[in-house]
Design a protein around this ligand. Structure first.
Ligand SMILES: *Cc1c(COP(=O)(O)O)cnc(C)c1O
Length: 414
């Protein structure tokens, strides 16, 4: 196969929270104390043996790590490559998100904070936070847009079952970005006893680096698992990019490997028309959102655009700053996959392997089909896809979309 441009990545702790020009801390003065306190605690405990032992213990005994690296036999035959899935769908809760919420909850307790708050869009991060809150007996409150609460009733119910309180947010577009604003407001007012448990590699420093490090377990495991199975590294890695946490978690430990090509897949939705997609890196421009400088989707006046994707977890108008840096460096190739292509890949994985992936993860899988053709891949080429979550949460959306497709109305432009 043809190889990607491969420079070396200087992988270390970002100075002043910057990845090149991206990242930083664009927050009101009142939040600076909280961010500094968090960074100090993070830098201290990430090195501490006791903390890492405890984190490892809960990841193994509670979350179900290490997750398998599974070689798809029938789908590999169909595609003409060796296709491996990193099974984050088998993490407790049904997605990679728990890797991060367990880590941050343990950190919060070390900092003497017994109350955690979080934002959620589709409800997956809210649920993973509620699970961690119940596990450790922490008071847990989740901010969620009214619009999202309406669309994701079952996830709201699950969070409440776990003992979390869900606060409806009625401001703005009543979706994820408004929930983040509300959570930040709460944090400012209650910083003494409260930790803000952010769900992806976004927001002000130290969140992008801290969440990345908690998700790195995906790539670290993948590395020893593929070496054990194939005695060599993969030719390509593929993951979907919403905020960017499952993808950077898989990619990070391979960024220095010249022979590994790396692909991040964004949601092309119904087509590249404002409001119809979530392809931030591929079509956006630079600016500040939620405390960080990165690519984002905005209009000419700098107003944040709304997003669409058939995958609820890919609906975010921003993206982690480290991804913006990796894009500019040419170390990761970012591309888009439409609703229709993702749905097709989802059906394929169900029929060929008996695995129902999350609609988010189906975007990564769909991209592999294109990669095989464009990069002229063959039977010896190894591709690892991050299967970030399971699709049980999406069955209603899938059912409706397939019915629409069969009726001939289709899913839109592409
Ligand atoms: C939330 C979510 C995503 C997107 O978030 P990232 O931070 O980009 O990983 C992807 N897949 C699943 C299953 C999710 O729940």
């Amino acid at each position: 196969m043809q190889k990607q441009n491969n420079k070396k990545y200087i992988s270390n702790y970002p100075r002043a929270g910057k990845f090149g020009v991206y990242g930083g801390q664009f927050v009101p003065e009142v939040l600076m104390h909280a961010l500094n306190e968090l960074e100090e605690a993070y830098l201290r405990y990430r090195e501490e043996e006791e903390f890492n032992k405890e984190l490892d213990y809960y990841l193994r005994t509670f979350a179900g790590r290490p997750t398998p690296l599974y070689l798809c036999s029938r789908l590999s035959d169909l595609l003409g490559i060796r296709l491996y899935l990193k099974r984050e769908d088998l993490v407790h809760g049904g997605a990679h998100k728990l890797n991060n919420t367990i880590g941050q909850a343990l950190l919060a307790m070390r900092m003497g904070k017994r109350r955690i708050i979080a934002e959620t869009g589709a409800g997956q991060h809210g649920l993973a936070t509620a699970i961690a809150g119940a596990l450790f007996g922490l008071k847990t409150e989740i901010y969620m847009g009214e619009e999202d609460i309406e669309r994701q009733r079952l996830n709201v119910f699950r969070m409440k079952l776990m003992g979390a309180e869900v606060h409806p947010v009625a401001s703005g577009s009543k979706t994820l970005k408004d929930a983040i604003n509300e959570a930040m407001r709460d944090w400012v007012a209650n910083v003494r006893d409260t930790h803000y448990l952010l769900g992806s590699v976004v927001g002000p420093h130290p969140y992008p680096v801290m969440v990345r490090d908690f998700q790195r377990v995906i790539g670290v495991e993948t590395r020893w698992q593929i070496l054990e199975a194939e005695k060599r590294l993969p030719d390509a890695l593929v993951a979907c990019v919403g905020g960017g946490s499952n993808s950077i978690g898989l990619f990070y430990d391979f960024l220095d490997d010249e022979d590994v090509s790396i692909y991040g897949v964004e949601a092309g939705g119904k087509g590249i028309i404002a409001g119809m997609h979530s392809a931030t890196l591929c079509t956006g421009s630079k600016g500040v959102l939620h405390g960080t400088y990165s690519y984002l989707l905005q209009d000419e006046d700098g107003q944040i655009l709304s997003t669409h994707s058939i995958a609820p977890g890919l609906n975010y108008s921003g993206v982690g700053p480290e991804h913006s840096f990796l894009k500019d460096m040419g170390l990761v190739t970012y591309d888009i996959v439409s609703d229709r292509e993702a749905l097709h890949a989802l059906e394929l994985l169900c029929k060929y392997e008996g695995i129902l992936p999350a609609l988010e993860s189906a975007h990564a899988l769909a991209y592999v089909e294109r990669l095989v053709k464009e990069k002229d891949m063959g039977r010896d080429d190894i591709v690892v896809v991050c299967l970030s979550g399971r699709g049980d949460k999406d069955v209603e959306i899938i059912e409706q979309a397939l019915a629409l497709q069969q009726s001939g109305l289709g899913l839109g432009v592409r």
